[in-house]
Design a binder for this molecule. Structure first.
Ligand code: GLN
Ligand code: ZN
Length: 765
């Protein structure tokens, strides 16, 4: 049997985030194009050399990008919307970045989440124009590796089906035209690579892990047979990931030389399919067995036995051993972490460490023995050490978890009765106005925090500053005339990090960056132990604010599911368990707030939708435990206490029911970007609890006037009864400037008053 080690892709950003620095310096004008390309080339070669040193057999090119790989293909194929053609004095590179980020008077292309990851890609916009291959960057990358480092690499590109599936600008009629135009371009790119000496071409087709209707499966078959006809000499590895290959029986028989399957996320189903239908005997099987989505060391012996069972089932004569998906979703190396406790650090595996794992298991599969016997026993000891770490065996947490009963998941009274009680005790006007939580993080706020982090100012000085800012904004809210106040979140930078730093079970890295979109990188916290509340997290700031005013100040927390979905999570227990532990911790905080007299508490869940599985048939499992976690956190309060939640930038159409099942007294939703759509959905499926549809977009400094807001309010009132109707902006205001914030909120309050007046006088008439 032939055995080869490889990865689907390697992170491009460099271990010191060099990539981000190069890109941003170019944007700022600090680098010329020549310098920019030179530095990018150095980084690419550095990444290739690193993989070479780690001993991987087959190195990939084309996993690198100057912004985003979907955009790369769109650009190569000339899918450049008209509005960018007209830009003056643009070079190809600045036009490329204009598509990504917008330019003066030209809006950027849409950006959206890459499957169920936190990476966002640029959505290509097909506009019916004739496509043409403008350049073949894959060929450039291939030749660069060959000429500079003598590497015959495996070029990878997003496959034609997935590319089409994720693009927009076509309908059922024009889809065929789009594909017919696309395929010759793919063929051209592939043929040039073959001519230049590429042995294999990897086509990434994650869209083939969604459940596809029959006619789509047929379309995939047509695409690939056409491609096979046009480039008969190319060896194509059809690479899937994130889930099992759909319609396995048919799609595993596509005319390609190899099939790559995810044996981490789609393990059960992929194995079942192979068992049932066999694996085509002339194809290479790429076994994605090292998790490309988590940061944990693998148990090498277990991985080997998994590979052996797949080999046995498939009877494959030739296999690749690889990551389950591109390693771009994990940080680069654990070597640069100096502050983590050793038990945790040893158990971590980022991209480089994962490559070593691949090399190790490949060696074993090839030779029947380990490179270093000791490495394997060590890998098990490491996993064992973390498993027995006190932080994973917190008796107090486990006892509370065991004592949970069905009652903990529901409020004492149903919403309709709570609403009446709350109305009496809170004394709110019709159409109460409020904000989402954060107020502008001015440069002064940022500077002061930076100084405090660097220990240039003391804790007392920093806290005094936060209090001064909070007090100033309480006064501003009074002047504006809002009904429910917030303290402003000046003490927080990040809504997950803030809580992670105060709860047990979390760890924070120094350099574990992953790209979220473009040059924006995030450093997700690591949840590695039992999560426990030890002391109040938000009480001080909220109570400080509450003492300054007679208005209600909302308590402000990040929800359990959002904390979970925006972290790297331990893999020794189901996610549901971790979500419930966080929920219990938040419940304690909520009860603390309630005891201290806070009557309204908001628990934000902007990432609830993000955790949805790719396959719709798995949605309900996830939603059941995710919704339960929220309810566990929020249900133990008195009937009088009003629970709010907030969500933004999610598609709500098929999501109203889950939101409703959270049983939050009030939800504030971002809507200005898709107001019409949401109103339509609410017409189809009326929402039964308190709800505020954002009346203005917080992403722009523009201040909408009262009449504009009135229009939105009147439209919303068509689908929401007035006694459950709230008024708020789309989202938190931390990225805005103060003057525009005050102006917009002032208009919002004016609009609310006008609406009250209109509605009340109508009632009298
Ligand atoms: N309370 C948070 C804020 O206002 C909510 C942020 C969010 O929705 N992402 O900033
Ligand atoms: Zn929001």
């Amino acid at each position: 049997m032939e055995v080869i080690s490889t990865v689907v892709g390697y992170p491009y950003i460099g271990e010191q985030r060099q990539w981000k620095k190069i890109v941003e310096s170019f944007w700022k004008g600090d680098l010329s194009e020549v310098q920019f390309h030179q530095q990018m080339k150095e980084l690419r070669l550095h990444n290739l050399k690193r993989q070479q040193e780690l001993g991987i057999d087959y190195i990939t090119v084309g996993d690198f990008t100057l912004y985003d790989r979907m955009l790369d293909l769109a650009f190569m194929f000339g899918i450049i919307p008209e509005r960018y053609q007209s830009l003056n004095n643009e070079t190809a590179l600045t036009r490329y970045y204009a598509m990504a980020r917008g330019a003066k008077n030209v809006v950027a292309c849409e950006m959206t989440k890459w499957f169920n990851t936190n990476y966002h890609y640029i959505v290509p916009e097909f506009d019916g124009k004739q496509l043409k291959l403008k350049e073949n960057i894959l060929l450039e990358y291939f030749l660069e590796a060959k000429n500079e480092l003598n590497i015959i690499a495996k070029p990878t590109l997003i496959g034609p089906y997935t590319f089409m599936d994720l693009s927009k600008g076509y309908d059922d009629q024009t889809k065929a035209i789009f594909i017919l135009q696309l395929l010759p371009l793919y063929a051209e790119v592939i043929q040039q690579l073959v001519d230049a000496g590429a042995e294999w071409i990897q086509l990434e087709e994650p869209s083939l892990t969604k459940s596809l209707p029959d006619d789509e499966v047929r379309l995939v078959e047509q695409i690939y047979s056409k491609l096979a006809e046009s480039v008969p000499s190319a060896k194509i590895m059809l690479q899937t990931y994130f889930e099992a290959l759909t319609s396995y029986e048919r799609l595993s028989n596509l005319p390609v030389a190899g099939i790559g399957l995810d044996f981490v996320h789609g393990k059960k189903e992929n194995k079942e399919a192979i068992r049932k239908h066999g694996f085509p005997n002339n194809k290479v099987l790429a076994i994605g067995c090292i998790n490309g989505r988590d940061i944990w060391s693998s148990n090498l012996a277990e991985v080997v036995s998994e590979i052996e069972s797949v080999v046995y089932l498939s009877k494959a004569q030739s296999v690749w051993i690889e990551s389950s998906c591109s390693l771009q979703h994990v940080p680069i190396t654990t070597r640069n972490e100096q502050k983590l406790e050793p038990v945790l650090l040893n158990a971590l595996s980022f991209a480089d460490e994962k490559i070593s794992e691949i090399v190790h298991v490949t060696h074993y599969i090839k030779h029947g023995k380990w490179i270093k016997e000791k490495a394997v026993s060590e890998s098990m000891e490491i996993i064992e050490a973390l498993a027995t770490h006190p932080i994973r065996n917190n008796k107090r947490v486990q006892e509370i978890m065991q004592s949970i009963t069905a009652n903990d998941f529901s409020r004492a009274l149903p919403y309709d009765q709570r609403r009446l009680i709350q109305q009496q005790v809170l004394g709110l006007p019709l159409f109460p106005t409020t904000t989402i939580g954060s107020f502008p993080q001015s440069s002064e706020v940022k500077k002061t925090r930076a100084a405090w982090r660097k220990k240039q100012i003391s804790d007392t000085e920093y806290e005094a500053f936060i209090e001064k800012e909070t007090a100033r904004w309480i006064k501003l809210q009074e002047e504006i005339g809002l009904d429910i106040f917030v303290h402003g979140e000046f003490e927080r930078t990040d809504m997950v990090e803030f809580f992670g730093e105060k709860l047990t079970g979390f760890a924070f890295t120094q350099n574990a960056w992953v790209v979220s979109y473009g040059s924006r990188c995030v450093k997700p916290p690591i949840i590695y132990g039992d999560v426990e509340w030890t002391s109040p997290m938000t009480l001080k700031e909220v109570l400080f604010a509450q003492k300054l005013t007679d208005a209600h100040v909302k308590g402000m927390l990040t929800g359990p599911v959002t904390i979970l979905n925006w972290s790297f999570v331990r893999n020794d227990v189901p996610r549901e368990v971790v979500a419930n532990q966080i929920a219990i911790a938040l419940r304690q905080e909520i009860l603390e707030l309630e005891r201290s007299g806070i009557a309204i508490i908001q628990v934000d869940e902007p990432a609830l939708r993000e955790g949805l599985p790719l396959r719709k048939e798995n949605w309900s499992d996830y939603l059941t435990w995710a919704v339960n976690a929220f309810k566990l956190a929020t249900s133990s309060v008195k009937n009088e206490t009003q629970i709010h939640t907030h969500m933004c930038y999610v598609e709500f159409n098929d999501f109203i029911e889950p939101i409703e099942s959270l049983d939050a007294d009030v939800i504030s939703l971002e809507t200005s970007r898709s107001h019409g759509e949401l109103i339509y959905s609410l017409q189809q499926h009326p929402y039964e609890l308190g709800i505020g549809l954002g009346v203005y977009d917080i992403h722009s400094p523009r201040v909408p006037d009262v009449s504009e807001m009135m229009e939105i309010l009147n439209a919303s009132l068509q689908v929401i009864p007035k006694e459950r109707f709230w008024i708020n902006p789309d989202c938190g205001l931390k990225t805005r400037q103060e003057p525009e914030t005050v102006a917009a909120l002032t208009n919002m309050v004016k609009a609310a008053k006008l609406l009250r007046h209109e509605v009340l006088s109508n009632n009298v008439n």
